[in-house]
Design a binder for this molecule. Structure first.
Ligand code: AMP
Ligand code: MG
Length: 417
């Protein structure tokens, strides 16, 4: 076991090659899931003006204090204020203003009485406004008025640098009238698969062939993490094809090349040979399962990571080695993935003590996550990953964990990384 590189050491070696990309300007409508490269300070207050939270009548509360169903207070209606009303109205003494939700409250009014508490309730929408309105309930100062700045104050910090923007963040930026933001440039990752056995979706299945799942698994993972994926396609198992595949990066200089398969010691593993001839390659046996063989180096000075070919190993390798790089390129803390604490319902064994990532299924029972395995853990079994909702993590040096013990697990919910 001593010749196996600890996972963290391999991660640190790899990460040392990368530095964060630069900020760039991005239109707000294109900024979803991008990482903010500036702190946003609100240029205005929200709401920008006092406005009504109900359809009703704006009043001076002191003038309707005695209103009740048996002794209604009747006032003349002096103003009609729809949403989008552009002037600041003034409410004349002894009158009420019809007002719609979101419309500006006129100066002088200090409350809005909902239409339900007037004699205008259930009148047809299109009916002309009545000259008077009777109130069957009183109002207190401030009733049904949303005050300017009650949500956001001018000059308030609303979004911190380093936040990955969610739909509601974009909505807030738009509400604040902000048109462009500084975001981190996307990590650009060139991706290829390798192997004579691989078919593209739609190609007829023939003996000895399999479909190229890794391109799709890895593209999804990388794009979910906010990277831009540049597709290099499938390299065949010969040096010319591998070189032609890799040379496409000369046109688009990505931050990283990610390949799967073809980097072990098999007779047809030409990726290794071609990279060594045009760059350099360290081939590590990392103390983890699945995904022990990981290659790292550069091709024509562009960093390269070679993941194992088996789909579950490629997936786990991407989680452990590639996603932290993307986070670093985006200016984020590389190891931010949150672990859940789960209680095992069956024992786990990792006889050689490698750091192991088992495919598991968790469910909550009495507020506690209970975990079991999805079944056969062969690293070619993609369906067992599909059935999983967590990876159960057995730390290095641990060979057996009994049922009932608590261990860490990574949720496979993409919102957690
Ligand atoms: P290799 O590293 O080339 O020896 O591949 C290891 C295993 O992974 C073999 O069973 C391959 O057929 C399989 N494999 C390699 N690439 C892919 C891929 N893109 N999609 C699905 N399986 C793959
Ligand atoms: Mg192969």
């Amino acid at each position: 076991m001593t010749d196996l590189l600890p996972v963290r050491e391999a991660q640190e070696n790899i990460l040392a090659t990368f530095k964060p990309r630069s900020p760039e300007t991005c239109k707000v409508e294109c900024a979803l899931h991008r990482v903010l490269a500036e702190t946003i300070i609100s240029p205005i207050a929200l709401p920008p003006f006092n406005n009504s939270s109900m359809d009703g009548y704006a009043v001076r509360s002191s003038e309707v204090g005695s209103a009740s169903p048996s002794t209604p207070v009747t006032l003349p209606v002096s103003l009609d204020i729809p949403a989008g009303f552009t002037q600041q109205g003034v409410l004349a003494d002894g009158t009420a203003a019809r007002i719609l939700t979101g419309a500006p409250v006129p100066d002088g009014a200090d409350a809005v009485i909902p239409i339900e508490n007037t004699d205008q309730y259930q009148r047809p929408q299109a009916a002309p406004m009545q000259k008077t309105v009777s109130f069957s309930k009183p109002a207190k100062v401030g009733d049904n008025i949303r005050l300017a700045g009650e949500d956001v104050q001018m000059k308030q910090v609303v979004l911190e640098k380093g936040k990955r923007l969610l739909p509601q963040d974009i909505g807030l930026l738009v509400s604040l009238g902000i048109r462009e933001v500084q975001v981190m440039q996307k990590a650009r990752i060139a991706l290829f698969s390798s192997g004579d056995e691989l078919l593209l979706p739609g190609q007829p299945m023939t003996p000895g062939k399999i479909y190229d799942a890794n391109t799709f698994v890895l593209t999804g993972l990388l794009e979910d993490a906010g990277a831009e994926v540049i597709h290099l396609g499938i390299a065949q198992d010969n040096p010319e094809s591998v070189k032609n595949t890799l040379d496409q990066v000369l046109q688009n200089s990505p931050d990283l090349i990610v390949g799967s398969a073809g980097v072990s010691v098999g007779a047809f593993d030409y990726v290794r040979e071609v990279i060594e001839a045009n760059g350099s390659l360290s081939f590590w046996r990392v103390n983890m399962r699945p995904g022990k063989p990981v290659a790292f180096g550069n091709y024509r000075n562009i960093p390269f990571i070679g993941l194992p070919g088996n789909p579950v190993s490629a997936y786990t390798g991407a989680l452990v080695f590639v996603l932290p790089i993307i986070r670093k390129l985006h200016g984020l803390q590389p190891f931010a993935r949150q672990a859940l604490q789960v209680v095992l319902e069956e024992p786990l064994s990792s006889p050689d003590g490698r750091e192991s990532y088992f495919r598991g299924i968790i469910r909550k029972e009495d507020g506690v996550y209970k975990a079991r395995l999805t079944g056969h853990q062969g690293s070619g079994n993609l369906f067992s990953l599909v059935q999983a909702n967590v990876l159960l993590i057995v730390p290095s040096g641990v060979t057996h964990i009994a049922a009932g013990e608590t261990i860490s697990a990574w949720s496979l919910d993409p919102n957690l990384y």
